[in-house]
Design a binder for this molecule. Structure first.
Ligand SMILES: [Fe+2]
Length: 337
């Protein structure tokens, strides 16, 4: 029977690839964002600053603090990579979310799993690069996507087995038999998956099973409980595979952003560490909006972990503030072994 030998969670936000001196590129996007979300509230930048002006975020947004926090993140990204490479799994299932990479406005599956032969992480087109640069993501694109096309192999039969197992467990998964393309031009591999392959694994082609949750786009985002239960179904499916594969599982993205909510991050990370699944699943769904919704990828991961005896090692939690209103990205790095 296949075995789940390791789990890991990592943030993947653009600040991880952007020099601290340039974080204002993203802060300037925050200043123009009319829908900055915090808890159940939605604010523009001025309203958010008014709400949080006594919390002292200026002091956490100096260049010295930015540099120290950026360095901590780099150290832990390297450490997660080292642990995965040392574990040397036969397959890696990554739970991510799609930012209109494979899926567009026409169709947005709540849950999907790829069971094709391979995925392409291709270089970006000039048009895609321009779009990223305008959003302050110019540095990030260099880390999500390679300078020349890369192809990652996929364990087709295992992936198809996981899909079937989930269906038998009452999850009607959208199944992708090949990478979506437009007239033969492959749609770009999602940033959730590309970040892990490029930055964490240094492009080591561990056979990949890309899974995606629509955490972001209304109206069909699954609830936290549903995400957790999907993780349990995935774990049961992996464990029922007759092969001897050693499988690693990952959650990509989060934690709170583009407004950092340290209390929420701590609450959910602590719940994962304590295997307090009830607290995790009872977090109100309205708290999972915008970038913060990516924590649901970690909740699917937690559901998988709940079916194992693996223990969480929270390597670090780093609130990377980039403005006086407390915008930025909460960054978390953890492994389960
Ligand atoms: Fe993301």
């Amino acid at each position: 029977m296949a075995e789940i030998v390791m789990g890991f969670g990592t943030s993947h936000g653009p600040l991880l690839a952007t020099p601290p001196e340039q974080w204002d590129l993203r802060a300037n996007v925050d200043r123009r964002n009319p829908e900055l979300v915090l808890g159940a509230g939605t604010y523009n930048f001025e309203q958010l600053y008014e709400l949080r002006k006594n919390d002292g975020y200026e002091k956490q947004n100096t260049i010295e603090v930015r540099r120290e926090r950026h360095a901590r993140c780099q150290k832990e990204l390297d450490e997660v990579g080292r642990r995965v490479i040392a574990c040397n799994p036969d397959a890696l299932l990554i739970v991510g979310d799609d930012h209109h990479e494979w899926f567009k406005n026409d169709i947005q599956p709540a849950f999907s799993i790829f069971h094709g032969k391979e995925v392409f992480n291709r270089t970006l087109t000039d048009e895609e690069k321009q779009d990223k640069i305008s959003q302050g993501n110019g540095y990030a694109m260099q880390i999500y996507h390679p300078p020349t096309d890369e192809i990652y192999p996929c364990p087709q039969d295992l992936a198809a087995h996981i899909i079937k197992g989930c269906v038998n467990d009452n999850f009607d998964i959208t199944a992708l038999g090949e990478q979506p393309n437009d007239n033969g031009v492959m749609r770009q591999l999602g940033h959730s998956h590309g970040f892990i392959y490029r930055r964490v694994l240094n492009s080591k082609p561990i056979p990949l099973i890309p899974a995606a949750v629509n955490t972001y786009y209304p109206p069909n985002q699954p609830t936290p409980q549903r995400c957790f239960d999907l993780g349990r179904a995935i774990a049961r499916a992996i464990k029922s595979w007759p092969g001897k594969e050693r499988v690693a599982v990952a959650g990509s993205g989060g934690v709170t952003h583009f407004v950092i909510d340290e209390a929420m991050d701590r609450r959910l990370l602590d719940a994962m560490k304590a295997r307090d699944w009830k607290t995790l699943c009872n977090e109100p769904d309205i708290h999972f909006r915008s970038g913060t919704s990516e924590i649901k990828n970690w909740i699917v991961l937690a559901g998988i972990i709940s079916e194992t005896n693996l223990e969480m090692d929270l390597l670090d939690y780093v609130p990377c503030y980039r403005s006086e209103a407390g915008t930025g990205s909460g960054m978390a790095f953890a492994t389960w072994q």
